[in-house]
Design a protein around this ligand. Sequence first.
Ligand SMILES: [Zn+2]
Length: 378
Amino acid sequence: MTRASDQTIDLGGMIEGIRRWVENESPTSNKAAVNRMLDLIAADLDGLPVRVDRLGGRNGYADMLRVGAGEADAPGILVLSHIDTVHPIGTLAGALPFRRDGDRLYGPGLYDMKGGAYLAFTALCAVARAGSARLPIVHLFTPDEEVGSPISREVIEAEARQARYVLVTEPARDGGKVVTSRKGVGRFEVTATGVPAHSGGSHRKGRSAIKEMAHQILAIEAMTDYTRGVTTSVGMISGGTAANVIPQHCHISVDLRVRDAAAGREFEQRILGLKSVDPDVKLKVTGGMNRPPFEKSAAIEALLRRAQALARDIGFELADTVMTGGGSDGNFTAALGLPTLDGLGIDGDGAHTEREHGLVSSIEPRTRLMRRLFETLE
Ligand SMILES: [Zn+2]
């Protein structure tokens, strides 16, 4: 068996590979751009002993790429990487060009998560070439994580049901920490429909949808309970047509985060059960839990310990972070009971901002860790 220290990593080549992936901008909403990103990955796999399946997109989203290595007759390792980003096309030519500044590599989606996707991709190529994986590996590249994985969820869950472990290449946290738990996420849409009227001539006859919504917003925000790890927030609002019209319509979007499944059910009920304060205004609430909570099970703890031992062997300490508020595709697989280790991607900071960057110094150790996981998990 090869030792971790025997495996050479071409750091310059990896930075160049990450640059190519990052410079192919791929915001979720741009189907053609995300598909071009998949073309690039498929081209990079050319000549390797892997199976590549392209699953067609739908509902306006791009395709998915499923890359399989090793004999596929046993439950194996599922690797999850999303290749969509939140940055619109033009970010690269504007506020966030690809560039290196000391240890930092800047670029749209570099930290979340093309850097991490590329690390795992490199490790997968290495074990495929060497034939050194103990278990079959499926690496799934998905197009829609940044909007809640509406089309890939089904595929992720189906693959997870056939897997023994799930590794997620979301960014590392706070100096290289991995993620072993995440809050669950709920999304809701609330619409109020009142009675329009001239605000001067017939004020009494009007029933304001905005006034009604003001009550609802305060009620929703008041559900936040930090001690229970529950947060609610109204992130978007629209309504009304003119300053001199009692508004007929108002609409808000609500975000809910919970620590555990019981709280998810409870707060889902509370939000869906909201009633209008003014009986003449109709209130409609839709939505529910989107990502279930990712709770740290004993199997997740055991997987973390194995990864920590491998990291120590390579020469670094791998800590895990306290439960994070942001969801990922790891939420789906952890909720199915799969040992899921997340945050295995590149270290860095500034996800979703114009200072998004990954750290060059994290590329080599974390690529080695991914490779050793592929070679030792059984
Ligand atoms: Zn991400």
